[in-house]
Structures are given as structure tokens and as C-alpha cells.
Design a protein around this ligand. Structure first.
Ligand SMILES: [Fe+2]
Length: 443
């Protein structure tokens, strides 16, 4: 019955979407470039019992806790996670909260969120959700270097997505970072469930830290004016722990890195909550504890692709100086379905104390690749290519990290682009420049 309802909702929302939904921020550049045929959607159906957990994913909360999120069709399942360090032996348990939401005729299952811990670093835990059903396991990130991040934007749920995820899973890593555009449900709510089931084998094993893209908005005039209903209900991130008032932007720290998860689709002007939060968050960072400072956001500030040109410009103008003065090491964006790496940049000019900018919106979305780049490559753009793939940032110590980009049509170990990064924290000349700028501001 649930399956029939899902299919009928799917068809209904397909019709509504095709006929009347505004395609937020996304249509502007579509006539400027051509894309290869996208690969078909992978619809992942529900094969467990009504009370069993499905769509299980985990996310970091504070220094040593993990949020376990999952969905049950049955409304009466307890929001409880049992966990321990050996299979089937749950020496600890925690309870949490549950929610659900309506979107037109669709009603979500019961969405559970339970924070567990304190947990030990670099340790495998086995866990079960709701007191029954399958056992899962995850490994906590290390407390010190080295640590490896996987970065993938614009993931979607196509055969390309499955290809990207299998490449990601073929090599170990600690934390998955996603700079927006997750399910491409685009108001067709059963596709959020399908996406949750597709990514579960990965998202239940390593923390997935995400921020929003335009495909998460899902507003509808008058009825759902604020949007993000599905995203905020399903992909709850630790925003409160970083002093943010919104799930659309937050920060977290892990193993010597402070990660800013910015919101391209929340207000960002100087009088906005996000801007004030970012100022306070940057001021709170102790670089002796977290020498690496990384930012993620959806619409890129630097982009020489013909797709989505200029869409991140107003946010860049509002916030770039804050990030520059804070000596951010790297900024990862999505939105443009291609890969591009820039040199260190500030205000459109190469600057040794600016962040490295990377666009990595090539996870596997249903719309295909953004094939067309500006004919003349800007001098600040180092490498650009429209292929599906994923990136890895391996932070070795407080001074050095290695970034690599892995194309899907190669083996998982093939690196199409790579660069060593030296941390801003360890750059004497940039730190001296920071001091001079602080002294000037104080005069
Ligand atoms: Fe996007």
C-alpha cells in the first residue's frame, strides 16, 4: 500500500512540477551550454518491515558525540539507539526525538534523531535503531591528524551517483562533506526516501556533514513559503552547538580542522543572522587547536563555467573579506556540475593569503554535466574539467594537506588533479599580514 501511495505521489508531483513549480536559481544558464545525456534515476525501494529503521545516517555533534537519524514507517517505534564496541553487544543506549512532516498529500514516516556518546575517537561502534531491525556500524573520526575528508557536491540519485559512491567507498576516509544538492527530489517527496535508502550504506558508516543547495529549497507560494521542510526534518545538522539559529548554516570541529558550513540560500548580508553568526564563529576559533579552516557553500564564488555564472557573486561580495581576513585555507562549492580548482584568490586576484577555491558539483545529479567553460581560462583557474567524480582532502598535520580529485570513469585510485596545500596557520608571511591588518583596524 505504501508503495502504491509513493508511486501515485511521485506521478502527481511529477505533473505538478512539470507544469507549475518555479525552478529556483537554476534555469538561468540552461540555454548557454549543452549537457550529455544524464544517466537514469536509481529508485531505491523500501524492503524492510514497517518498524525497522531505514535511511540511517549519522552526523557529528560536538567533540565526541554522534547523531543517528533514521526513518520508520511505523509511527510507534521508539527513538532509541543501542550501541557498543562489538557486534550485538549493546552496552549503552540513548533516547532522542522524532518528528514528521506533511508536503501536500505526502506524509513522511517518523523521522528519528538520537544523539549518542561520549564516544572514543577512531573506534568502531555497532548500533541498532528503535530496538529491533538490522545492525549498523560506524567508525568515529580521529581526534588528531591525519584525517581524511571526502567532498562531493550535487550528488543526486542516478547511476552516476551510484558510480561516485562506489568510488568513494572503495578507499577509506573519515568524514563525508556535501556542499549542497542532495536528493534532487525537487518537491517529489518519495524521492527523499529513495535517496535516504540509496546513501544509507555510506551515510550509516561515516558521518555525513551537509549544507543546503537550491534543490533543497522546495518552496511553494503561500503554502510553503519558507522552504527546506524535507531537508531540515531529515538532515538535521549540529547548528545549535555552534551558536547558529538555523540548520542552513553552522560550523563544527574535528581533528584539528574547523569547518564552516555556509548557507547560500539563507540571508548573508551584513545585517543578517548568518553574517553575524559567521563573524562570531570566526572570532571564536583557536588556530592553535584547529589550524585548518575550511568552508563549504553551494553556489561558487569563483567559476569560469558558463553554467550558473555570477550566481554566487552577491554572497562573495558580502562575505569574502570575512573569510580572507580569517585566513580560510580552502572553500569548496557545488552547484556547477563540473570540477574546477582555482589558485589562492582574494577579490578576483591571485593572493597567496587567500583561500584555494574548488568547485566540486560533479557528484552524479540527474541534469548531466556542465560542459562549457569560458573560452579563455582565467589566470586564477588552475584546472577545470566537466566529469563526474569526487574529491579527497587528506590533512596530514598542522601544516600540510593533500587535495585530490578522482574522476568516475577511472579506477578509484586514479587522481586527475591534485595539489599540496600549506596551512595559512603555518604561513609566516600571511600571519604577519593578518597582524598588520588588525593593527590598522585598531587605529
Ligand atoms: Fe545547485
Amino acid at each position: 500500500m505504501e508503495k502504491l501511495m509513493s508511486i501515485s505521489h511521485f506521478l502527481l508531483f511529477s505533473l505538478i512540477t512539470l507544469s507549475s513549480f518555479p525552478q529556483h536559481h537554476h534555469a538561468a544558464a540552461s540555454s548557454e551550454y549543452s549537457r550529455p545525456p544524464p544517466r537514469p534515476l536509481v529508485f531505491t525501494s523500501h524492503s524492510r518491515s514497517e518498524s525497522d529503521s531505514q535511511q540511517v545516517h549519522i552526523s557529528l555533534v560536538g567533540k565526541d558525540h554522534m547523531r543517528v537519524s533514521w526513518i520508520t514507517s511505523n509511527k510507534h517505534t521508539e527513538s532509541k539507539v543501542e550501541y557498543g564496541k562489538s557486534p550485538g553487544n549493546y552496552e549503552a543506549s540513548a533516547t532522542g526525538e522524532h518528528t514528521s512532516y506533511h508536503y501536500f498529500f505526502y506524509r513522511s514516516g517518523e523521522i528519528h534523531h538520537v544523539v549518542i556518546g561520549p564516544l572514543e575517537p577512531s573506534t568502531t561502534y555497532y548500533y541498532r535503531c528503535g530496538g529491533s531491525g538490522p545492525e549498523f556500524s560506524f567508525r568515529t573520526p580521529p581526534s588528531t591528524f591525519p584525517i581524511e575528508f571526502v567532498v562531493v557536491g550535487d550528488l543526486g540519485q542516478t547511476e552516476w551517483t551510484a558510480s561516485t559512491l562506489s568510488h568513494v567507498g572503495a578507499k577509506d576516509y573519515d568524514v563525508f562533506l556535501l556542499p549542497g544538492d542532495l536528493s534532487y527530489a525537487d518537491t517529489q517527496q518519495p524521492l527523499w526516501d529513495s535517496f535516504g535508502r540509496l546513501v544509507e550504506p555510506y551515510a550509516s558508516r561515516r558521518p555525513w556533514m551537509v549544507t543546503e543547495g537550491n534543490h533543497e529549497i522546495e518552496t511553494f507560494p503561500i503554502i510553503y513559503p519558507h522552504g527546506f521542510k524535507a531537508y531540515n526534518s531529515r538532515w538535521l545538522m549540529p547548528y545549535e552547538q555552534s551558536g547558529s539559529k538555523s540548520n542552513l548554516y553552522y560550523s563544527f570541529e574535528v581533528a584539528g580542522a574547523h569547518i564552516l558550513m555556509l548557507g547560500s540560500y539563507a540571508d548573508f548580508d551584513a545585517d543578517s543572522d548568518q553574517y553575524k553568526w559567521l563573524e562570531a564563529d570566526l572570532a571564536s576559533i583557536d588556530r592553535t587547536k584547529t589550524p585548518w579552516l575550511i568552508a563549504l557553500l553551494h553556489a561558487p564564488w569563483y567559476n569560469s563555467n558558463d553554467a550558473h555564472k555570477g550566481e554566487g557573486e552577491s554572497m562573495r561580495k558580502a562575505m569574502e573579506e570575512l573569510l580572507y581576513k580569517a585566513r580560510v585555507d580552502a572553500v569548496f562549492a557545488g552547484h556547477v556540475h563540473a570540477y574546477e580548482r582555482f589558485t589562492r584568490v582574494f577579490d578576483n586576484t591571485a593572493d597567496p593569503c587567500g583561500p584555494v577555491y574548488v568547485t566540486i558539483g560533479d557528484g552524479g545529479n540527474r541534469e548531466g554535466l556542465a560542459l562549457s567553460f569560458e573560452k579563455t581560462k582565467p589566470s586564477i583557474s588552475v584546472y577545470r574539467e566537466p566529469s563526474f567524480g569526487h574529491g579527497r582532502l587528506r590533512v596530514f598535520n598542522e601544516t600540510h594537506a593533500h587535495w585530490s580529485w578522482h574522476r568516475n570513469n577511472e579506477s578509484d585510485t586514479f587522481v586527475a588533479d591534485e595539489v599540496w596545500l600549506q596551512s595559512m596557520y603555518s604561513s609566516d608571511s600571511c600571519n604577519k599580514a593578518t597582524q598588520r591588518s588588525i593593527q590598522r583596524d585598531e587605529l
